[in-house]
Design a protein around this ligand. Sequence first.
Ligand code: EPU
Length: 417
Amino acid sequence: MDVLLIKGGRPLTGRIRISGAKNSALPLMAASLLCPGTHHISNVPVLKDVQTMASLLESMGAVWSLRDSRLQLDTSDIRHQQAPYELVRTMRASVLVLGPLLARFGHAEVSLPGGCAIGARPINLHLEGLKRMGARIELDSGYIKARAGRLKGTEIYLDIPTVTGTENLMMAAVLAEGVTKIENAAKEPEVADLADALNKMGARIKGAGTDVIEIEGVESLRPMNHEVIPDRIETGTYITAVAITQGEAVIEKTRPEHLEAVIAKLRETGVDIRVSGDSLLVKGVSRPLPSDVKTMPYPGFPTDMQAQFMALMTIASGTSVIRENIFENRFMHVAELRRLGADISVEGSVATVKGVDRLKGAPVMATDLRASASLVIAALVAEGETSIHRVYHLDRGYERMEEKLRALGAEVERKRL
Ligand code: EPU
């Protein structure tokens, strides 16, 4: 298993280019199941999760190649409409194949995802929405077994604006008979990106990116040709990394308008962020100011940036209160940050972070993707060496992270144990 060794204390300087968004690439890949033919997706990040989704599609009969961030996916010969436990277990986003399979083939078997490190994460809203569209769904031996004739347009109100739930239902609805209206839909940029791609395939979707999405079903679609939007969470992660090291760097090829809440919060802490087209110039301050944050669905402050923001607040000049509203167990990084000297207490969904003068390197363990990113950020400023174990979590969602950090002057090394 790989370990990252980081020697803290070097300011990050230079330029860094943002990769395509993981959470856009995964639903786009699932959407390729909606019609036969060769799909072209560009700006695809080379990540473990993308490979897992490609393997899942391959196990169904798809043929794919990924070169220079360009993914070609031929879904002409899909013989198996199943997502096995072994793959769903390693990546919950596998559940995104359910809607497209059901819409195109009228049946699908997808392993029910279990809980995961950040919470129970049920998918009841995906299933209830599909049922409203006429699907018959059974749970049998750990599998969701779904059947339907042609799905039927209907009105669906989501109790929670679930991101992958909205995506699954939108993909199911594009081939349904009649109009589907999804109310209280997720407004994340990745949902809008998927709708853009589907519309280019011939779908008729209006309102994606707002809380009401209307989808008029069509008879057939054509293969997609689409470029993935930049990763807003990768962008936020690098802004925080530059800021904590008192560095100065240009972050290129991003979409600042997707990060308004993150930029506003980081500015509150004193970080200087200037927007210029699709780039951001970031300058850290000698010591960040404390700031409170609550995670919210988009356009609020994203849960996927909570751990990284907490890492920055560990060295703030006062106390910050961080409330996690989306997932019930997303403070696994707290115990590890404490090992680096952070002063954090947790009560339920609230973490109180008392800024300390300095962090000190130590061995720590990554527990999930964003928790790992927060440990990297803290390690970049900690005195001495930090070794981060279980970095496979990072490889799931950050493309060439240590290479990008090294290019900015960080002392990072990957060792195979
Ligand atoms: N929820 C339900 N029932 C459902 C669906 C969701 O109760 O049927 C609850 C969840 O348990 C959670 C809340 O609703 O408390 C929101 O979850 P959501 O469904 O929106 O999350 P997701 O779609 O499973 C995506 C991202 C996550 C990101 C969340 C929230 C992808 C592939 N994953 O997950 O990304 O944290 O939205 O923004 O898009 C990550 O990249 O590190 C990551 C975990």
